[in-house]
Write a protein of this length. Structure first.
Length: 475
């Protein structure tokens, strides 16, 4: 069911795209998902000149339906796009929503559903198109139908949106992930740009009604409601992912660049944003990968999972050469930040295929403790033509041969219709979430070459129950 991808070099195709068994199997596209029942659903908002719609996150709601969030081109500005799908990937009767403001570029990067009232919290950033300033942190709260919560925030950008974080002021930078604590507090992780224009990894929090939470930590330098892993050190860093951990801990991952190169960064905080005692140094660890030469070691964690026993898995990519070469990287840590030596014997797993560019963007852990990864795959000679990468490892870091191929990997395009030029449009995966034992992978697919349009896209991968006796088992 994986379509033929002509823009990936033949050796990589032979290694990756063709399993030893040609029958449909665990990890293949689910033929019961999507309007055309091909395992993929694309969503186009078609509101701008170029219709550039890019999905950043996917969420399974309490009722089983699916939400995609991202950024939508509407011409002179961009808006927050919220796409609704049924549990099986068909367009939802409630339709899609775009939140716009004529004076601001709005960008969505993450979504979470609050457990109490089921409201959606969408986080990202905005740019002031009039003052030509930004980006700044942004969090919006709305119903699942996309109606703004008028009691939340309302700081002038849009109804139902909040912009006041550290000391209640505008926070320059962007939010990359968000969680909601059991008490309703909203915690955001991302990049804070300080007065010296240095990007810094940071957490900040809002009350359930969208005001700055003065009870959430401080930056060590006098500002309330802002915590950074390196408050006194002047080098760039970022948080790319955030999860709630055991005991209410906040587990964040990203990158830090103490010199010309960057390293994986994992930081753990207590529920009030103070560095977790007993984890690394001051609640943080730096994890160098160093696959490339000095000066070409851009190593970044893009996703993180906090396990129920306190251990942590972080995944991302590591630069392998001075050009565009990249490999996929995972670290598994003990609850104190030390490497988990049961994982590949070292606490680290490197995924590199000769001639291929691999970048992991997100991960999830299923009920059997297997690690489901997504990201992008491309040939180093044609990096523009990326396809979606789906991979599964055992809990010990080995390839899972029961997942699609002998190396536990599937690669496919969100573009199911090749055009007259006989190529498949580039695809980019940004997020993975589990729907039962099925993996939902979200991202974007670009339009024809030399054009700027793109669509939201989501794929569902079937499991061994679905394919064991035909397709009758279903979800």
């Amino acid at each position: 069911m994986t379509c033929c991808i002509r823009n990936i070099a033949a050796p990589i195709l032979a290694l990756i795209l063709f399993p030893t068994a040609l029958l449909a199997r665990d990890g293949d596209l689910d033929p019961k998902f999507g309007t055309n029942q091909n395992g993929i659903e694309r969503v186009s908002f078609d509101q701008g000149v170029f219709n550039r719609d890019d999905a950043s996150d996917v969420l399974v709601l309490q009722d089983g339906s699916i939400v995609l969030v991202g950024t939508v081109d509407i011409g002179s500005v961009t808006g927050l796009g919220i796409a609704r799908l049924t549990a099986d990937g068909a367009p939802h009767p409630d339709g899609n929503t775009v939140i716009t403001s004529s004076d601001f570029f709005l960008r969505a990067t993450a979504v979470v559903q609050q457990s109490g009232d089921g409201m959606l919290v969408v986080a990202g950033s905005y740019f002031d198109n009039v003052a030509q300033e930004g980006p700044f942190w942004l969090v919006c709260r709305m119903t699942v139908e996309g109606e703004p919560d008028l009691a939340f925030g309302s700081d002038g950008v849009h109804d139902g949106c909040a912009t006041g974080f550290a000391d209640g002021m505008l926070t320059k930078g962007t939010i990359n992930d968000v969680v909601v604590q059991p008490n309703g507090r909203i915690v955001a992780a991302g990049v804070y740009v300080d007065d010296n224009q240095i990007p810094r990894a940071a957490l900040s929090a809002l009350t359930p009604l969208g005001s700055a939470d003065a009870n959430f930590a401080d930056d060590g330098m006098g500002a309330d409601n802002l915590t950074m892993p390196f408050p006194q050190v002047m080098f760039s860093s970022s948080f790319r992912a955030l999860q709630l951990g055991v005991g209410g801990r906040l587990v964040a991952a990203g990158a830090a660049a103490p010199d010309a190169d960057s390293e994986f960064l994992v930081a753990v905080y207590d529920e009030d944003g103070d560095p977790a005692a007993g984890f690394g140094i001051s609640g943080r660890v730096l994890l160098p990968v160093d696959l490339g030469p000095v000066g070409a070691q851009e190593d970044v964690a893009e996703g993180v999972v906090a396990l129920a026993d306190g251990r942590i898995i972080a995944a991302g990519s590591a630069q392998t050469d001075e050009n565009s070469g990249s490999g996929g990287i995972l670290f598994k840590l003990e609850s104190n930040g030390m490497p988990d030596l049961t994982f590949n014997g070292s606490g680290r797993r490197v995924i590199v295929f000769g001639g291929a560019i691999i970048r992991f963007s997100d991960l999830a852990v299923d009920s059997k403790d297997r690690i489901v990864l997504t990201g992008t795959l491309a040939d180093a000679s044609t990096p523009f033509y990326s396809v979606v990468l789906a991979m599964r490892l055992t809990s010990f870091g080995g390839f899972d041969p029961t997942f699609f191929s002998d190396i536990g990997l599937n690669a496919f395009s969100f573009d199911t219709d090749e055009n007259e030029f006989n190529f498949v449009a580039p695809s980019r995966a940004t997020s993975v979430v589990l729907q039962g034992e099925h993996a939902l992978i979200a991202g974007s697919v670009q339009g024809p070459i030399n054009q700027f349009d793109s669509n939201f896209a989501v794929a569902r991968l079937g499991d061994d129950v679905l394919f064991r006796n035909g397709f009758e088992a279903g979800l």
